[in-house]
Each structure stands twice: as structure tokens, then as C-alpha cells.
Design a protein around this ligand. Structure first.
Ligand code: HEC
Length: 152
């Protein structure tokens, strides 16, 4: 009985690879519509967002090897799909939009870094570079706050 159960483990491990997960995509980027182009953030802010947020909040996801191995792949891929839906640095302007006006996005970024809800819990286990210092969190929040409403 025990032996049969042990044999079942690899069978199940292989079988779950066949369960479809959300696709691993990196849609094309229109440079005119990116966060960096539209908001012109200071280089330190841009660098931190790129380093700690872009995997889930842009179309430049660096897909890790475990994004191909179920069941870890399921939450990893879902986080990217959901992350892009909430905030996409590659699609800061929607198609056809010429001016940014969704300022609540900047408020949300400031809040998320200050309350430490972002980067998403657990992301830094495999991405040490995503650990943000207090100074980095403050810098992002301060800039985001000052950028609300557009250039002054
Ligand atoms: C591992 C993936 C991942 C990383 C990395 C990540 N996020 Fe998120 N983020 C998500 C997901 C998933 C959501 C969707 C909402 C949720 O599940 O909390 C989200 C939601 C958000 C939201 C919207 C929150 C709201 O209240 O609607 C903001 C703002 C945000 N993230 C900012 C950031 C910032 C800034 C960084 C980098 C410092 C970052 N995220 C890094 C996955 C991620």
C-alpha cells in the first residue's frame, strides 16, 4: 500500500504539468506609452521600480525557470496576469490616450511601498534585489506624491 502511494507521487507530479496555466506572455511595448516616457521619474525611482516591480507590473517580465513547473507555475503566472491588470508600467497610457490622468495609480504606488504590501509577499525569497530599503520606499512615495496632477 505504502509502495503504491509512493509510486503515485511522480505520476501525479507529471500529470499536473498538463493542466493549463495562464500563458507566459511579454506583449510588445510601445515606447511612447511607457511609465518612464510619460512620467519621466528620477533615475533612482525608475531603477527601483524596474528592479522590484517590473516582473509583475510590466510587459518585460523575466520569467523564472519555475514558471514552467506546476504547481509553482500557477501562482507565479497568475501574479503576473493580476499584477499587469492593476498596474502596467509598459502600458501607462492606454491605446489612443495621449495624456495621463489616472492619478490614483500614483497614490496606490506610494501607499503600496509605504505599507510594504508591495513587492508581493514572498517575491524577494527568489529575488533578493527586490528587497527595498526604507530610503528607497520613502523616495518612491515622495516622488509619486509630488507627481500627482502632472508637471507643476
Ligand atoms: C510577484 C509579483 C509582484 C511584484 C514583484 C509586485 N507586485 Fe504589485 N501587485 C501584484 C499583484 C498580483 C497585484 C494585484 C492585487 C493583489 O493581489 O494584491 C498587485 C497590485 C499592485 C498595486 C495595486 C494595489 C491596489 O490597491 O489596487 C500596486 C499599486 C502595486 N501592486 C505596486 C507594486 C509596486 C510599486 C511594486 C514594486 C515595489 C510591486 N507592486 C511589485 C504583484 C506584484
Amino acid at each position: 500500500m505504502k509502495k503504491k502511494l509512493l509510486l503515485a507521487i511522480p505520476v501525479v507530479a507529471v500529470a499536473i504539468q498538463l493542466i493549463p496555466a495562464p500563458a507566459k506572455t511579454n506583449p510588445p511595448i510601445d515606447p511612447a506609452r511607457t511609465f518612464a516616457t510619460v512620467m519621466k521619474p528620477p533615475p533612482d525611482v525608475q531603477a527601483v521600480l524596474q528592479r522590484a516591480c517590473a516582473d509583475c507590473h510590466s510587459n518585460e517580465t523575466k520569467w523564472p525557470w519555475y514558471a514552467d513547473i506546476a504547481p509553482i507555475s500557477w501562482p507565479v503566472r497568475k501574479h503576473v496576469v493580476d499584477g499587469r491588470k492593476h498596474l502596467n508600467l509598459s502600458e501607462w497610457l492606454k491605446p489612443g490616450e495621449t495624456k495621463f490622468s489616472d492619478w490614483s495609480q500614483l497614490e496606490d504606488i506610494g501607499k503600496a511601498v509605504l505599507d510594504k504590501s508591495m513587492p508581493l509577499y514572498g517575491y524577494d525569497w527568489m529575488h533578493a534585489e527586490a528587497k527595498l530599503t526604507a530610503v528607497e520606499r520613502e523616495a518612491i512615495a515622495k516622488w509619486a506624491d509630488s507627481a500627482i496632477g502632472g508637471p507643476k
